[in-house]
Write a protein that binds this ligand. Structure first.
Ligand SMILES: Cc1ncc(COP(=O)(O)O)c(C=O)c1O
Length: 449
């Protein structure tokens, strides 16, 4: 007999759907045909206060620390590799840079998803939730369309749950993603076409064989997992961020963060959303384009539905290649409510930014994470960061699956054939040149108030 722990509710009609067993039985579709739902918990929210207060938690952790507020009945069904228990680091070099080059006094933290133990990206959070829920409901087959990271995470975690996963990736997906998924013994369908085409084939495949499919950025499985970020920040940080920066593809992050904050509003620990500054690579930036246009026109009626669709976007950062931004109406609305911005990041600057940040911190960031870091520089240049801000940058992935990017980031190898060519070395010689390379690209443009 199940406990009454949570319920799923249709967002458009308010109707209660039931639990995940009911939701799956209904083929993840509300009676009115919509697919946008929210999960509610019966545990009093004050219980969460004790969980977020324990700053010195010593036992091994994962996001399952918040089990009482996650949609799983039985702890025995948890499939975890220690994800979601990652550090928030204070990156002083970015604080210094903001002050010296832009005159802005702010605090800068990074959320280290590269430290996730499953596959080293912030998709591990969603994957542990998916695998555990599927185990609980004895789901044996699943379908997902992905630009790379989410399906790599699902490939590993669903393999641990004994689920056969069929993945549809676009033609431009990184080879390393496809190899990793295949290595876990999951089926990869590499589609001749872009991400929109991969999504379309995945939907047709799920329909043809009657298999459950991931609902993408609004999927309650992903949202429930990712909203635990909010609880972790409260537990780990002395001050809640006033600005949150993330690389943007479809936007599960902001959806989940807003839900997490709304849930805890009665606890009196956070009273408003951080300003979401979401960065897209400039060769695949449909949401940034739409936002820019809406802003220029003072957000006219219908602005949320006015966005371009980019076919076969030629970005060098394939994990962020969502050319058809179907979630724009949801994401842009959240960004507006938060007082934030959707911005474009010049992806040609990625290598210089990765060089500087790795020199300063030794943290090797992957290309999509570099877009978030780059978002900080773009935001400083455009006056979106203010004195007193507490900025949190989501380092969404490490570099281990991006050998070509790392090769481009490397700047210190010298080919030699004799000892005479091997002069003594001092690594500090690099500092000024790496900093200059970044600051030349991000001159101070406007006076910030
Ligand atoms: C490392 C990384 N950062 C950011 C994103 C964007 O995620 P979202 O779906 O929240 O836009 C992705 C998406 O694949 C990603 O892999």
């Amino acid at each position: 007999m199940k406990n009454k722990k949570y319920q799923i509710r249709c967002i458009s009609t308010g109707e209660v759907i039931g639990d995940f067993a009911d939701w799956f039985r209904m083929n993840q579709t509300c009676p009115d045909g919509s697919k946008n739902v929210t999960v509610e918990y019966f545990e009093p929210i004050k219980e969460l206060k004790t969980l977020i207060n324990k700053k010195d938690c010593k036992y091994p952790q994962s996001l399952w620390r918040y089990f009482k507020f996650l949609p799983l009945y039985n702890e025995k069904n948890i499939i975890s590799l220690g994800e979601g228990a990652i550090p928030v680091n204070n990156w002083k070099f970015l604080e210094k840079l903001a002050k010296d080059a832009f005159g802005i006094n702010c605090k800068v933290f990074v959320y280290r998803n590269d430290e996730n133990q499953g596959t080293g990206t912030f998709k591990d959070a969603a994957a542990t939730m998916a695998a555990s829920i599927m185990k609980e409901h004895e789901i044996k087959e699943y379908v997902i369309a992905s630009t790379g990271n989410i399906a790599t995470a699902y490939s590993r975690y669903l393999a641990l749950a004994g689920v056969s996963l069929s993945v549809f990736i676009p033609g431009n997906a990184q080879l390393t993603h496809q190899s990793e998924m295949g290595t876990y013994g999951q089926r990869v369908f590499k589609v001749k076409g872009d991400y929109a085409k991969a999504k379309q084939l995945a939907a047709e495949y799920a329909k043809k064989y009657g298999i459950l499919i991931s609902l993408g950025n609004i999927d309650p499985i992903r949202v429930e997992a990712k909203r635990t970020m909010v609880f972790e920040w409260l537990r780990l940080m002395d001050e809640f961020p006033t600005v949150y920066i993330q690389a943007l593809s479809g936007g599960t992050g902001p959806i989940a963060i807003e839900k997490g904050i709304n849930e805890i509003k009665d606890l009196g620990v956070v009273d408003k959303l951080p300003r979401f500054i979401l960065a897209q690579p400039h060769r695949c930036n449909p949401m940034a384009q739409a936002w820019e246009k809406a802003k220029e026109n003072n957000f006219p009626e219908g602005w949320l539905h006015d966005y371009p669709i980019l076919e076969n976007p030629q970005t060098t950062i394939p994990t962020l290649s969502t050319g058809n931004p179907t979630t724009y109406p949801i994401i842009a609305n959240i960004v507006k409510r938060s007082g934030g911005e959707i911005i474009s990041f010049n992806e040609d600057n990625a290598v210089d930014i990765a060089r500087l940040s790795t020199y300063e911190t030794t943290v090797k960031v992957g290309p999509a994470a570099t877009v978030a870091l780059g978002g900080f520089f773009e935001a400083l240049t455009d006056g979106h960061i203010k004195d007193g801000d507490v900025v949190l940058i989501n380092i969404g992935e490490g570099a281990k699956r991006s050998p070509e990017f790392m090769e481009a980031v490397n700047y210190s190898t010298k080919i030699v054939s004799s000892i005479d060519e091997c002069e003594e070395f001092d690594r500090t010689q690099y500092h000024d040149q790496l900093l200059k390379a970044v600051l030349d690209k991000y001159p101070k443009k406007v006076e910030s108030k």
